[in-house]
Ligand binder design. Structure first.
Ligand SMILES: [Zn+2]
Length: 450
């Protein structure tokens, strides 16, 4: 049992309940009590945490990432998306299980240290001879100890088929589908507190054939898992889709059976009014990745419009090759700034940004019943932010401290009742070891690309 006492609490429940000084009690893997004032004295043996000067929020949820890219940061820093991809594909050709495990472990460590308790990772690069990179990703999740929505991605449309990736980096359509189904069998859990779930994720319309898009949707629905892809990230993509299919990327997705409550789409930057309505009407989720969109200059997603249309929207870090920071908490501020740059000061509140980073993400990943808010009975995934230091002491509003201020250190990060971070230190894996492994992995990839 863990008793967090004397803390500010932002529950992010459906009423937005907050406590200026309250408590949260965890028993086993579940939240058993949350409220104002001092914690009730538990009968059972427990760990008492005086969390005064702390803000407790639900653990943050990252709805889009490519953890392998943590080993390929700092390349093509001034390129458009298509130029950036074309520069990086040859480097990614050298990816194997060892590099993937090192990069994913380091990337997940950074996420844990920035408040993340559940990360969706979209892995779509499976070079021949690279070993079992998907298994390497899942084992990194278990090593670091945060939840993983492991998305078995795929690409089957190389340059010779009019796609963007080189032919030697794509899979055969049927082989990709068989491997995806195997990944579900090997790793997917349906438990409401599952540490690992698997989703199906052909990479993007410009790197995937129509057959793979429709086959993947059919496979995901047959297996009861979720569907993910990149969509409407750039104007280049929009132009290519219009030229090839005579429609917008959203219309293309709808034609292929790719809108629905079991689907979430990364970016959704370039949407017209009809597309926003369709995503809302079909409860199709969006993974909003403001920093990555800024790094690649792709545009500002119409997040206010999507929220008003009733579409689930969560936040995403995106791959660290297009977001070298790799942390999650800063995305709260980036999302708020981008919404206000697009729609003025009323376009988003600090609390809406926190909602997107928690409950919004839980909705996007289909886990709102058990994750995303602090309520009795829910799984105890909690971030305890320390606001006692120079950066935040005395600030009037703890949620403003979190969203608008310097990213605060974590007093605790709790995943299913287990403490993963204490006083800013990752307990599950020494970060010095992770950094050493990461350096070796990055060197290996860059040498292989020469
Ligand atoms: Zn991405």
């Amino acid at each position: 049992m863990i008793v967090l006492d004397r803390c500010a609490v932002s529950t992010v429940d459906s009423s937005g309940t907050e406590h200026a000084s309250g408590h949260v009690v965890v028993d086993g893997s579940r939240i058993v009590s949350v409220g104002s004032g001092p914690a009730p004295k538990p009968d059972a043996e427990h760990t008492y945490v005086d969390a005064s000067s702390c803000l407790v929020t639900p653990g943050l949820i990252n709805t889009h990432h490519h953890l392998y890219q943590w080993a390929t940061r700092g390349l093509a820093t001034d390129a458009t998306l298509f130029e950036w991809l074309t520069a990086l594909y040859p480097v990614w050709r050298g990816l194997d299980d060892e590099v993937t495990h090192a990069a994913a472990s380091a990337g997940l460590a950074k996420l844990a240290l920035t408040g993340c308790t559940l990360a969706a990772d979209h892995h779509y690069v499976f070079p021949s001879g690279g070993g079992d990179v998907f298994d390497a990703l899942v084992s990194a999740g278990r090593r670091v100890g945060i939840r993983l929505e492991a998305i078995r991605g795929s690409m089957d449309r190389g340059e010779s088929q009019g796609g963007l990736p080189p032919d030697n980096l794509v899979e055969e359509t049927e082989a990709a589908l068989i491997a995806t189904e195997q990944a579900i069998r090997d790793h997917h859990s349906t438990a409401d507190d599952a540490l690992v779930r698997v989703a199906v994720g052909p990479c993007s319309p410009f790197s995937v054939s129509k057959e793979l898009m429709t086959g993947a949707a059919e496979l995901a629905r047959r297996n009861g898992v979720r569907l993910h892809t990149h969509l409407a990230e750039t104007l280049d993509e929009e132009e290519q889709c219009q030229a090839e299919n005579g429609c917008t990327p959203t219309e293309y997705a709808e034609q292929l059976g790719w809108l629905g409550p079991d689907v979430w789409l990364a970016h959704t930057v370039h949407l017209n009014g009809d597309a926003v309505k369709r995503l809302g009407a079909t409860s199709t989720g969006s993974a909003h990745c403001p920093t990555s969109n800024g790094r690649l200059g792709t545009g500002i997603a119409p997040v206010r419009d999507l929220l008003d249309a009733g579409a689930p929207v969560g936040l995403g870090v995106d791959g660290s090759a297009s977001n070298e920071d790799g942390g999650l908490v800063v995305e709260l501020r980036s999302a708020l700034y981008q919404a206000r740059q697009r729609g003025g000061p009323a376009a988003m509140t600090a609390r809406e940004a926190l909602w997107m980073g928690t409950m919004g993400g839980a909705r996007v990943l289909g886990r709102a019943d058990s994750l995303g808010s602090i309520e009795p009975g829910k799984v105890a995934d909690l971030a305890v932010w320390d606001l006692s230091g120079l950066d935040h002491a005395g600030i009037a509003d703890p949620v403003a401290a979190l969203v608008l201020g310097t990213p605060p250190p974590l007093k605790l990060l709790i995943v299913g009742g287990e403490v993963v971070v204490r006083d800013g230190v990752l307990l599950t894996a020494p970060t010095d070891d992770l950094a050493r492994e990461l350096s070796a992995a990055s060197r290996k990839l860059q040498e292989a690309a020469r």
